[in-house]
Design a protein around this ligand. Structure first.
Ligand code: FMN
Length: 214
């Protein structure tokens, strides 16, 4: 099977990024870009690719949802038994990245992942709709091989009955991670492939800002 898709090509020209004009704190630029994309599209702009390294040394990226960000870092929630969590346990250096097509922008962040406090995990779990809570209980071993979808549906219905009049509390194998950044790269698509790339590196508690060749 062959498909030639080499003619798929798009020009970028919407905006540019000047090193002197961007803030010295990368979280401020992230916040500006996030606010701008959020108001420009109804797509899931908080969807980010989380990349981890597995025990065999292979990188793996998968999409998770960003649920909170601050000077401290970027928080997502998942299952602590999942493949990504096992990878993080062995190597907590991760990358998260966003592609915001509407604004012709990409952000790549490298950092260290660690579990959020029980309080943060429980507060977020409690705020989820009941169906999502049940889903988390059903998929207690996220990433494990299962026989069929029916296994999940049966378990979901069983738990739905069991918790009909009961609150569901957070399973201990479910919670958040916070990624504390050590590097950010902001990419703004430019004309003739002369894209703008501004990188921030954390060096002795200060952010070094540099322009990179596209
Ligand atoms: C738009 C989107 C959002 C997702 N959000 C999450 C999330 O917030 N947490 C999560 O654990 N998985 C989320 N997933 C599923 C993951 O991509 C992945 O399939 C799952 O976490 C298992 O990954 P692992 O086996 O590499 O650990 C999302 C997938 C998509 C496409």
């Amino acid at each position: 099977m062959q498909r030639d898709i080499s003619a798929l090509r798009k020009s970028y020209s919407k905006m540019s990024l000047s090193k002197n004009e961007v803030p010295d704190e990368p979280i401020k630029l992230f916040d500006k870009w996030f606010s701008e994309i959020k108001s420009s599209t109804s797509l899931e702009v908080n969807a980010m690719t989380l990349s981890t390294i597995d025990n065999e040394g292979y990188p793996k990226g998968r999409v998770v949802l960003l649920k909170h960000y601050s000077d401290e870092g970027f928080i997502f929630f998942t299952n602590y038994n999942s493949e990504k969590s096992i990878s993080i346990k062995n190597n907590n250096k991760v990358s998260i990245s966003f592609f915001w097509e509407d604004q012709e922008r990409q952000v790549i962040i490298k950092g260290f992942a660690k579990k959020t406090s029980e309080e943060i995990s429980s507060n977020y779990f409690n705020s989820r709709p009941k169906g999502s809570k049940l889903g988390a209980l059903v998929s207690e071993n996220q990433s494990a091989v299962i026989k069929s979808k029916q296994v999940l549906i049966d378990k979901f219905n069983e738990l739905k009955d069991e918790y009909k009049n009961k609150e569901i509390s957070r399973p201990l194998n479910w919670g958040g991670y916070i990624v504390s950044p050590v590097e950010y790269e902001f990419w703004q698509g430019g004309e003739n492939r002369l894209h703008d790339r501004i990188r921030f590196k954390l060096i002795k508690n200060n952010w070094l800002k540099e322009r990179l060749s596209p």
